[in-house]
Design a protein. Structure first.
Length: 373
């Protein structure tokens, strides 16, 4: 079916034409509450870059979240930052020229986010950036470079909170381009929370609720040669005292191979998990240790104490509230953070903290987007 026929079949004739560009599992989950709303209210095309492409990292998320398949896939696959982004630009440009949407929606801080925004902006197509203004203030993070560039080529900046809005204004972004809508990661968890008991992940790995720790670590800084060996050692020490489960990201596996590292035997390793299994694992964990941005908010909604394996976070409001703790990623800082917070008293103090999460971001984001067209 051609795009014109597809849009007509969806009753899209005469409605605003919006194209959503995504490519990784965090984008899929955070956009999941928005995509159906856009299908209802716009001539909506979904384009997948193919940045994440394995079943576990991609298609499984569409299935679990009840999302329709993308209309187009660019199938860029894995590559260096430059090559991967270049493939996206060269494959997306002719598609945008053919479809000529009224706006392109991108989310977050991935290479797909960057490519979608750059390609659209170069063609004079307005860009809408969901999760605008998030800042770690660490320019060594590839994600930080991506999000800054995307914000400054975007026409509409959908920020999660007042801190993100202030970041944008301090960088010179016009106030009339900024809308505070909240975080769609919260909506995504809330829409599936009642389904988590159907996950069998705990049974499959012999886990008892509240009797294990969950860990994820995949960011470039965590997998660097000067960090990953010590991080593995510290997590292995923690796992020797209490069960620790780690669904290992492909980037982390690749880094371990390149650095000839061996996972400590005390850590229970799994392949990447689907969205529902991941949330069930996090919900029933004694605590989560992670460098992930998305999981920080997901854990907050689920009420799981979280120790962040970084020195900074884009979601500073959770740290400021006392719901999450920054413990760094050096061997000593991880051991010290575990010794301080992974005690009955430490975890009780975190759990007693009111968590400032507000639902409804998806509808506010869609309203703001369509109002801007």
């Amino acid at each position: 079916m051609t795009d014109a026929a597809l849009q007509e079949a969806r009753g899209a004739v005469g409605r605003p034409r919006l194209l959503t560009f995504l490519g990784t599992r965090p984008e899929i989950t955070k956009l999941s509450p928005i995509l159906p709303l856009l299908d209802e209210r716009a001539a909506h095309t979904v384009v997948h870059s193919g940045q994440h492409y394995s079943y576990e990292m991609d298609a499984q998320f569409f299935e679990e979240l009840g999302l329709r398949a993308p209309d187009h896939s660019l199938a860029v696959g894995s590559a260096s930052h430059g090559e991967q982004t270049a493939r996206m630009l060269s494959r997306l440009e002719p598609l945008l020229l053919d479809l000529l949407p009224d706006a392109v929606l991108v989310q977050g801080d991935t290479n797909s986010t960057l490519a979608g925004a750059l390609c659209a902006a170069k063609l004079g197509i307005p860009v809408v950036h969901l999760e605008a203004g998030a800042r770690s203030f660490d320019r060594l993070m590839p994600e930080e470079i991506n999000r800054i560039v995307v914000d400054h080529v975007s026409s509409l900046l959908l920020a999660a909170d007042d801190v993100a809005g202030a970041n944008l204004r301090q960088e010179g972004c016009a106030a009339d381009r900024i809308r505070i809508v909240g975080s769609t990661a919260i909506d995504a968890v809330l829409q599936v929370r009642d389904r988590l008991d159907g996950s069998t992940v705990l049974q499959r790995f012999g886990l008892t609720p509240g009797a294990y720790l969950a860990v994820t670590a995949h960011r470039a800084k965590s997998t660097a040669p000067d960090v990953l060996p010590g991080l593995l050692g510290a997590l292995g020490d923690i796992a020797a005292r209490q069960p620790l489960v780690w669904p290992v990201h492909p980037r982390t596996r690749a880094a371990m191979r390149e650095q000839q590292l061996v996972m400590p035997a005390s850590i229970l390793v799994t392949e990447p998990l689907g969205y529902l299994d991941t949330l069930r694992l996090v919900r029933d964990a004694r605590a989560l240790l992670t460098d992930s941005g998305g999981l920080q908010e997901e854990a907050a909604v689920l009420g799981t104490p979280t120790l962040i394996l970084r020195d900074e976070t884009e979601w500073a409001y959770l740290v400021a509230a006392g719901a999450h703790k920054l413990i760094g990623n050096t061997p000593q800082s991880v051991r010290d953070g575990a010794a301080r917070w992974l005690t009955a008293e430490g975890l009780a103090a975190i759990r007693a903290t009111p968590i400032p999460v507000t639902p409804g971001a998806a509808r506010r984001a869609v309203d703001a987007t369509l109002a801007s067209l």
